[in-house]
Design a protein around this ligand. Structure first.
Ligand SMILES: C[S@@+](CC[C@H](N)C(=O)[O-])C[C@H]1O[C@@H](n2cnc3c(N)ncnc32)[C@H](O)[C@@H]1O
Length: 207
């Protein structure tokens, strides 16, 4: 029997970005329906935490790991219209692109150098991407580089990262004076109508 989160679990086992993007290319057409079926909460959690700390703005906002563009529906409606996105999966980006919410969408890999300039963004939001088999935590270094000092990173963290790996990365970046902790949500279930996938959203200000 197949379930709505089978592909998600398959992606958790991916060994490199190519394997991850292949899972999502294959899943793209059904991804949003499957996520809707399981009561997917990441995008609402990330958008809510962003709106709690960043005033609506015309400034440039990045959706890192945009997928099919769920945050692209939510963030402009909340007052952040100047949104661009990146994702590893061409299949996911094709769907995001068809919705015409992003100023620009590019295929790029978190964990590798990004094409954006230093200090380009006021807000970087990322929903469901910093987790096992997906973007490595070192991808945060490039997100910090492209965010303006005083700008915010708002992202979900799950699975092995939440169990300890993120704490190490977070401390390292604090000790290097790269970012300052601002806020964190309570832990929540990102797929409440299916299994229990616990996550937490963090907000940091770039120094
Ligand atoms: C669970 S989906 C979340 C998509 C979207 N943010 C949402 O909330 O619906 C994870 C997304 O992360 C992307 N992804 C995984 N690893 C990535 C990486 N290293 N760089 C960029 N995108 C990545 C996948 O292609 C997929 O679109």
């Amino acid at each position: 029997m197949t379930t709505d989160t089978d592909k998600l679990h398959q992606a958790y086992q991916a060994k490199n970005p190519k394997e991850t993007s292949e899972v999502y290319d294959d899943w793209a057409a059904e991804y949003e329906q499957h996520m809707k079926n399981v009561g997917f909460t990441h995008p609402a959690m990330v958008a809510s935490m962003a709106a709690r700390h960043v005033q609506p703005t015309e400034a440039r906002v990045l959706d890192a790991g945009a997928g099919t563009g769920i945050l692209g529906e939510i963030l402009p409606a909340l007052g952040y219209p100047n949104i661009v996105g990146l994702d590893a999966s061409a299949g996911m980006l094709e769907i995001a692109n068809s919705r015409n919410n992003y100023q620009e969408l590019t295929q790029q890999y978190l964990g590798e150098p990004l094409t954006f300039d230093n200090n380009e963004f006021t807000l970087v939001a990322s929903s469901g991407v910093f987790t096992q088999g997906h973007a490595p935590l070192d991808g945060l270094d490039e997100l910090i580089r492209i965010t303006k000092p005083g700008g915010h990173l708002v992202f979900s963290i799950a699975r092995t990262y939440l169990e300890g790996l993120f704490n190490e990365k977070r401390k390292q970046l604090e000790q290097q004076n790269k970012w300052r902790f601002v806020d964190a949500s309570q832990r929540y279930n990102s797929t409440p109508l299916d299994d229990t996938l616990i996550a937490q959203v963090f907000v940091f200000e770039v120094v």
